[in-house]
Design a protein around this ligand. Sequence first.
Ligand SMILES: Nc1nc2c(ncn2[C@@H]2O[C@H](COP(=O)(O)OP(=O)(O)OP(=O)(O)O)[C@@H](O)[C@H]2O)c(=O)[nH]1
Length: 497
Amino acid sequence: MVLAQLGESLVGALAQMAKSTVVDDKVVVDCLNDVSRALLQADVRFETVRAVQASIGSAVVNLQSLAAGTDRRRAIKHAVVDELRRMLDPAAGGGTGKPPPFFVPRKGRKPASVVMFVGLQGSGKTTTCVKYADYHRRTGFSPALVCADTFRAGALDQLRQNAAKAGIPFYGSYTESDPVRVAVEGVDRFRNADQAAAAEGCDLIVVDTSGRHSQEAALLEEMRQLAEATRPDLVVLVMDATIGQAAFDQALAFKQSVEVGAVIVVTKMDGHAKGGGGALSAVAATKSPVIFIGTGEHIADLEAFDARSFVSRRLLGMGDLPGFMDKIEDAMTTMTMAADQGQEGLEQQLLHELTTVKGASFTFTLRALYSLFRLVQRMGPLGHLVSFLPAGLLGDKGKQEEEGQQDKIKRYMTIMDSMSAAELDGADPMKLMMTKQQQSRINRVARGSGRPVSQVVELLQEHKRMAEMLSELAPAHVKRKRPNNKHIKRRLFNTSC
Ligand SMILES: Nc1nc2c(ncn2[C@@H]2O[C@H](COP(=O)(O)OP(=O)(O)OP(=O)(O)O)[C@@H](O)[C@H]2O)c(=O)[nH]1
């Protein structure tokens, strides 16, 4: 089952429960069965599904003691979401706060950090090396690439060409067949020996190694020798998501033979890839951290992996507010945001609220939604950001929908342009405008904006849904400490904080 289908099945299971008038034992058991079935169909290991089911079950049993009036539906939904997060990141207990248990490269580090990529043939190592180097280049690193794959004939040219495309310095040899020697020469060149290269300020050396189809022992031995000779700060295993549950054995074999941090990139997690859920949960069961997922063949198709964001955004389409803010911050780091220093009041306030999380005190009005759209539009390629907003708000998340989503944002903004201040600033515009007496206001806004009445109603409904989702997401966001808030605030509001 592809990930999108898993997401749909999970959302379906939760929606079914939400429809029930009374949340009794039968409803809970049905919901749990639906969730388990969806996970099994997505190739998640049976042991993992059983553990997930038991954990949700015990969380739900505790619900019985909740005071009458407590929203049990919401509590069950949270239990399911939390358990899915834990399933994908058991080491971090659902992805909250702990410092990563592996080496993280630092900008400007001398000597340069060395990160070595290993994995089976065709897993996507070479592609991922370039993506990884480019990902860091975009955030201010000065990376370099070294090709130690002397096994596959085309690997050198593939890496050389892609490095050139990304504007990243490269080292490789057409004549040397010993991977260890090439790797050492390459690392030396960028790290110490070559003064010219050192002067370029290289701070991250990414080493691509060769893969094997079946001779795993030979692969592991070569990897061991390479690690001994180049002393990498981090060894990254690249695994193909389409192998599903087999990722468990592969990750374990790797963990047992490598000396440096066992960190994993899972590639081919694109919309149509089978086995994504199975591979991710299998890797997680080995307690090896997944740091990135590959989501396509292009150089920018690499996403930092965060279990929390993955479940909310990719599986359940609930949006990911902290992730959204991270993306905004990324965009700000790579773009000069001088023009945005003059942002108007509400936009500043909105960002302030989202980044510093006063959360509960902030009313998500239609005007706030308008400002959010303006922010999204300013922050560059829309497709990059919209997937962090609840799926219902802007339709499906696929890249092909990008254009439609842009149009939808513009349409919604046009409709809001025809609303009164009271409607834009009201705490519950849906209630304000959808009463019988106010029907004429909806007609008037529709006429004024040149849009059909149905689209005005659709906007009001989506706004309400998003306001509810934001209030649900707020507590998790409050808990998550964002180390870069100061940086955001300083750049946006030009204040020292
Ligand atoms: N759809 C998709 N394809 C990917 C992704 N990552 C890599 N690929 C494709 O997978 C194929 C193999 O990728 P390579 O990077 O050559 O794999 P490798 O592990 O270096 O292979 P060897 O050098 O033979 O060991 C290529 O066609 C890549 O374009 C991804 O995230 N999504």
